[in-house]
Design a protein around this ligand. Structure first.
Ligand code: 5AD
Length: 333
């Protein structure tokens, strides 16, 4: 069967336990039983963009904006390093207060004072900036393509361009980053064909990491009142990504927890091998509201980490002790 038809058929299926079992087997054979923990620090919720689905969009006046200082971010990095985490993911809205100079110094400081791998997730920047961050020691970069349907991308991003996004992804590969990307599942107007295309897109780009999650409706956005993504489609998507990309790093992402209390366990048993405990200091994280009902907004960083660790151990999996770099070769062009 042609790949496209195969994916489409599976996404429509009601009984897909065979696909999940196959994906779990492929996961075990290719990346083993270890789950990698990535501590995510949401260091600023200022954003210069106005994406229709996102609570951080600049026109949303209902959230309290915050920006951690570089010193606070460094302290958070030192804290999680002491507690045995191996990666910090620095995520923010597109906040240009964090200039090239500020971020280079921060990355260098984290690299000097900790043994952490550094992942950046700060949106679209220039080639020159991406290069400076890499030279300062950044290891990985997360930048979702959000949807592979160019028209839908245009509708959801009034001030962004699909081809610009792809250009950024291309630069990140060229610069030798381990590149993570992915999409949202169940966006308004997104069809099953679009979702099947996202999987083919992921296969074609051969990302080191694939971060996908359901779209969660946010009443503080123009898409207020729309439906959330469907959990079983998300689960099938994850299983298919593992089948098509056997060695990829595949997180069970936070947004899934909004749909089911046991979502991450199910997703870890459907092909995923990464979780990202939230290590943002408590006083900030309730304001990092991409979507409502985010879990663990009340817990401190270390509690969040142990909570996640227990969930992983309960399903018989192990926590990785190493940095968990990608097993896919780093493409430098
Ligand atoms: N629902 C689900 N995911 C969202 N994101 C932003 N807003 C939402 C939402 N309402 C995702 C985007 C972005 C990532 C950081 O969070 O995919 O790239």
């Amino acid at each position: 069967m042609e790949k496209e038809t195969y994916i489409f058929e599976i996404l429509k299926k009601d009984d897909f336990s065979d696909i999940v079992a196959q994906a779990d087997h492929i996961r075990k054979e290719n990346v083993g039983d270890e789950v990698h923990l990535r501590g995510i620090c949401e260091f600023s919720n200022f954003c210069r963009r106005d994406c229709f689905y996102c609570g951080l969009r600049k026109s949303n006046k209902k959230i309290l904006r915050y920006r951690m200082s570089p010193e606070e971010i460094l302290q958070t990095a030192v804290l999680i390093d002491k507690h045995g985490l191996k990666t910090i993911v620095l995520q923010s809205g597109e906040d240009i207060w964090f200039t090239k100079k500020v971020l280079v110094k921060l990355i260098e400081d984290i690299k000097t004072h900790t043994d952490l791998a550094v992942t950046l997730s700060i949106g679209e920047r220039s080639f020159d900036e991406y290069k400076a961050f890499k030279d300062a020691g950044a290891d990985r970069y997360l930048l979702r393509f959000e949807t592979s349907n160019e028209n839908l991308f245009k509708k959801l991003h009034p001030d962004d361009d699909y081809h610009e996004r792809l250009k950024c992804l291309q630069w990140l590969f060229e610069l030798g980053y381990q590149v993570g990307s992915g999409s949202m599942i169940g966006l308004p107007e997104q069809t099953i064909e679009d979702i099947a295309d996202d999987i083919l897109f992921i296969k074609k780009w051969n990302f080191h990491m694939v971060g996908v999650g359901p779209y969660i409706s946010n009443n503080d956005t123009p898409l207020s009142g729309s439906k959330n993504g469907d959990f079983s489609i998300v689960q099938k998507f994850i299983a298919l990504v593992r089948i098509f990309c056997p060695k990829v790093l595949l997180p069970a992402t936070t947004a899934m927890d909004v749909l089911r209390f046991d979502a991450r366990e199910i997703i870890l048993q459907s092909g995923a091998n990464v979780v990202m405990p939230n290590i943002t200091p408590q006083r900030y994280k309730q304001n990092y509201r991409l979507y409502p009902d985010k879990q663990y907004t009340g817990e401190d960083p270390i509690t969040c980490r142990y909570y996640m660790e227990n969930r992983v151990k309960k399903i018989g999996r192990k926590i990785a002790k190493d940095h968990g770099h990608s097993l896919i070769s780093i493409r430098r062009k």
